[in-house]
Design a binder for this molecule. Sequence first.
Ligand code: ZN
Length: 117
Amino acid sequence: MPLSPALIAVVRGLRGRCPQCGRGKLFAGYLKQAPACSACGAATGEIAAEDGPPWLTVLMLGPLLAALTFVSARQEAWPLWMRLGGLGTFATLAVLMMLPRVKGGLIGVLWGMRPPA
Ligand SMILES: [Zn+2]
């Protein structure tokens, strides 16, 4: 079953690639969007995800971090500094890893929702 063009744009965005062609890079830095695709010239920089990526990242990671916090709070054998340090490190790394992917995916969603030219 072939994927819809909108879903293909989302998958390409999740991979940090141009939602139009899938070859060019979507980002010129960690989260800075490239003004246009280096491969096809699509104006991907015009798609503004605004506050959506941080909001969606927190929405996805929040329940996991809440559960991990609850579980670690019950581990009284572990010192407090180890529990807090482990949770803080995990939360920071998880957010840093997910944020560009979520932003790319959201840009792919917005790209797929554009009206046909
Ligand atoms: Zn492209």
